[in-house]
Design a binder for this molecule. Structure first.
Ligand SMILES: [Zn+2]
Length: 64
């Protein structure tokens, strides 16, 4: 007996069915894979000097 895929919640990050054994709920209450959730934590946008420079560059270009 197998669980129908349609019964499974879909991962909010990769849009694939989540096996409940690996399901996790993020801050917004969305079902995600535990692995996907950890991935988002690692890739959270952080303000770094490099990205700040890129932003200034963008504004300078925009003003022209
Ligand atoms: Zn996922």
């Amino acid at each position: 007996m197998t669980t129908p895929v349609s019964y499974l919640p879909f991962c909010h990050i990769c849009n694939k069915p989540v096996n409940l054994d690996f399901a996790k709920t993020d801050e917004a209450g969305k079902t995600v894979h535990e692995g996907c959730y950890l991935l988002t934590l690692k890739t959270q946008p952080t303000i770094s000097p490099k990205s700040n420079n890129a932003l200034k560059e963008h504004h300078r270009t925009f003003r022209k």
